[in-house]
Ligand binder design. Structure first.
Ligand SMILES: Nc1nc2c(c(=O)[nH]1)N[C@H]1C(S)=C(S)[C@@H](COP(=O)(O)OP(=O)(O)OC[C@H]3O[C@@H](n4cnc5c(N)ncnc54)[C@H](O)[C@@H]3O)O[C@H]1N2
Ligand code: MOO
Length: 413
């Protein structure tokens, strides 16, 4: 590749900007709360009920009136008649009369007239009558109605990222559905006549489709919905039909393969005539040939990634992850990096941003390059947990240099 080629390439930042200017936040919809893990709330949620919804006991013990226990102590226990039990989920009808108490279980509704709960540990645990050696404070061991959430409160604000704790709250206030930006449906198509389904014996010249499963997993790991369509041969009409068939159920289409300059680079060939897809050389390594645009009446964003597996995966992390985040309502932009000491030396192409694979140590804040630059090195990619970002003007990283690192799999985004 000559210097003049490098000069005409788009920058990584420009390409990402085009992507993020094109994709749109998905319109809100009501989804069952069992399906909203990882999604972003599109509207404030107001609680229709208070929590706790009634005064209830925080311990297993006895519901008592305070006046009956005045002066109770180790040497002067109070003795009360036990009228019966109140289990969680049952209600004691009537008022607690002076001189009596009720055995009560954790979570059970406090009977009318009771002013505190005495834990079992302060008593002789009697069932007919009970001796109590310590007087509680008013409301001690009672969880008061509304002390957690008050009916009418906004309990979760629009923009909240929903996870187990928030879903637990939605369930606790009785929400069946929640207004969210839904999971983007991301269709993944692998193109290439050399590809076979993993598990098929390899014929001469054939390889297994690694990109389809890898990219589908990457989509699913974000909380979006990956739809792996499978393998499409290098036949222009077949590629076109496969893309058009998928538009009905896609919020994003990803293809891999067929975008460089070879005679069978059919994705480039067919999409040049359909939609707004532009094919560019982006000043990055791996991942130089990139196609992006929209297709179909609904202008579905399509990413045509290079076929080399490392190139396809890195392209996902740099462009598609931020795009999916924007669609989901997650704050997005270029990937964040952390500074780490690089233990190892390697070269980087002048004029291209390199995303070298590395093993990052979050404790020592260091990173070790893994494997070479080849975009086919999936064995090394599988060992990596980070991408070392080498700026365009840097041609060499030497042992001990500080480098910027994108931490994969749950690092700062
Ligand atoms: N003359 C030039 N040749 C190439 C250039 C160039 O500028 N001039 N660019 C190179 C770069 S960089 C890349 S990246 C690739 C991109 O190629 P394509 O996107 O057209 O992809 P293919 O040719 O179809 O495949 C490339 C490579 O990846 C393997 N592959 C494809 N799909 C899969 C899959 N689903 N799973 C696993 N491996 C896959 C395929 O067999 C090829 O080995 O072009 C360079 N060439
Ligand atoms: O850009 Mo290609 O992605 O280097 O192998």
């Amino acid at each position: 590749m000559s210097d003049s080629d490098n000069a005409t390439m788009r920058s990584v930042d420009d390409h990402l900007k085009t992507v993020l200017d094109t994709v749109q936040l998905l319109a809100p919809m009501e989804l069952p709360i069992t399906d909203v893990n990882g999604l972003v709330l599109a509207d404030d949620v107001v609680s229709a009920i208070s929590l706790p919804p009634f005064d209830n006991s925080s311990v297993d013990g006895y519901a008592v009136r305070l006046a009956d226990l005045e002066g109770a102590g180790e040497d002067s226990p109070a003795e009360l008649r036990v009228l019966g039990d109140v289990a969680a989920g049952s209600v004691h009808e009537g008022i607690l009369e002076p001189g009596t108490c009720l055995r009560i279980m954790t979570g059970a509704m406090v009977p009318y007239g009771a002013e505190a709960i005495v834990p079992l540990e302060w008593t002789d645990r009697g069932t007919e009558s009970v001796r109590i050696t310590r007087a509680p404070e008013r409301n001690e061991h009672i969880r008061i109605l509304g002390s957690d959430v008050t009916a009418g409160d906004v309990v979760l604000k629009a923009g909240t990222h929903l996870g187990p704790r928030q879903i637990g709250l939605l369930a606790a206030i009785g929400q069946v559905h929640a207004p969210v930006h839904p999971h983007p449906r991301v269709v993944v198509l692998s193109t290439g006549s050399e590809l076979v389904e993993p598990g098929t014996p390899l014929g001469p010249g054939q390889i297994n489709d690694g990109n389809g499963p890898a990219l589908t997993a990457a989509v699913n790991a974000m909380g979006a919905t990956g739809i792996r369509v499978g393998i499409i041969g290098d036949d222009p009409q077949g590629v076109l039909d496969a893309i058009e068939d998928q538009l009905i159920r896609a919020d994003i289409v990803i293809t891999t393969g067929g975008v460089s300059v070879g005679a069978y680079d059919v994705v480039k060939e067919v999409l040049s005539t359909l939609g707004t897809v532009e094919f560019s050389k982006v000043a990055m390594q791996p991942g130089m040939p990139q196609g992006f645009g929209t297709v179909g009446e609904d202008r579905i964003p399509i990413f045509t990634l290079p076929g080399n597996p490392v190139s396809a995966y890195v392209s996902f992390e740099i462009y598609i992850r931020p795009a999916i985040e924007k669609m989901m309502g997650i704050e997005t932009g270029p990937r964040n990096t952390v500074t780490a000491t690089c233990f190892g030396a390697f070269k980087s192409p002048d004029g291209k941003r390199q995303f070298a694979r590395g093993v990052f140590d979050p404790v020592g804040l260091s990173v070790r390059p893994v494997g070479g630059h080849g975009s086919h090195l999936v064995g090394d990619l599988a060992l990596a947990n980070a991408l070392i970002v080498v700026p365009e003007h840097v041609t060499e990283v030497v042992d001990g240099d500080d480098v910027e690192v994108i931490v994969l799999d749950g690092g700062p985004r």
